[in-house]
Design a protein. Structure first.
Length: 280
């Protein structure tokens, strides 16, 4: 299913329009403007706060007209191993949008999930939604099931709960639990609200262990459920609304101390098969 076209404001900042069009993040869009690569109604644009009426004004990037506003679409994908969350990979690896069928809209991943990680990835063409799901101030929780080499103890779990100091700063968690063992391996359920490069793997390495297998099983109020690897489904309007409302509440409830930002796991309903599931 697709969502009805959103009612657009008459004028919007051009960096927001470029983000909504899936061409760049707002920050990257500002860089495009500053470098003179954006034209508005035939004139090179250099004013960062400039606005335009998307769909009526002519907006070009590198000489090419940007697409007009389109229907909003929101997908949940169970990413397989060996795919990257980008629209263009210089190394020629598989990208997550290769897995999509019968999706005419241009969509892009909401955040990243490592090449060697699996699990829940959201895709959309809604820049506002993507921004709210990924910006640190909204503290949207991501939950992972992590298979760790070695015998992880409750002391190790407590070390994770207390937060870990990494080379790029402190990282806290919302929750961490030892959920089982498989031979010489331990299974951990971990929820964090910050997105950094390979953050879960680096946290585990910081307490002296290595990750064997990592699956993202939750994002906000959504759970992967029994959505099969390599398959995807459309989110229901109610699910999108709940995600936006939850993240808005978290954004308003930001604490002054960045080390005390955890909150309990959402009592998310298992929605892995809700909606029409696409076969790949």
């Amino acid at each position: 299913m697709t969502f009805p076209k959103m009612e657009m404001k008459m004028t919007q900042r051009i960096n927001k329009i470029l983000s909504e069009a899936g061409l760049a993040s707002r920050r990257k869009a500002d860089e495009l403007i500053e470098s003179g690569r954006v034209m508005l109604n035939g004139k090179i644009l250099r004013e960062l706060g400039a606005k335009a009426d998307w769909g009526k004004d002519s907006i070009r990037v590198d000489g090419r007209e940007i697409p007009g506003p389109s229907e909003k679409i929101y997908l949940m994908l169970n990413k397989p191993f060996g795919y990257v969350c980008t629209l263009n990979d210089p190394q020629g690896r598989h990208i997550v949008t290769d897995l999509l069928r019968d999706v005419p809209q241009r969509v892009y991943p909401v955040g990243r999930l490592d090449f060697d990680s699996m699990g829940l990835v959201l895709l959309t063409n809604d820049g506002d939604f993507s921004f709210q799901m990924t910006h640190p101030k909204y503290h949207v929780p991501r939950t992972y099931k992590v298979t760790v080499q070695g015998d992880v103890s409750e002391k190790d779990i407590n070390a994770i709960k207390n937060g870990v100091e990494l080379e790029d700063g402190f990282i806290g968690v919302s929750s961490a639990a030892l959920i089982g063992r498989q031979g010489d391996k331990s299974l951990i359920r971990l929820t964090i609200t910050q997105g950094r490069n390979r953050i879960v793997r680096r946290m585990i390495e910081a307490i002296g262990f290595s990750v064997v297998h990592l699956v993202r099983i939750g994002f906000g109020n959504l759970e992967l459920g029994d959505l099969k690897v390599g398959k995807y489904r459309h989110l229901e309007p109610e699910e999108v609304k709940e995600l936006m409302e939850m993240s808005s509440q978290k954004g308003k409830g930001k604490t002054k101390d960045s080390r005390i930002r955890g909150f309990k796991d959402s009592s998310a309903r298992s929605k892995g098969t809700r909606g029409k599931e696409k076969m790949i």
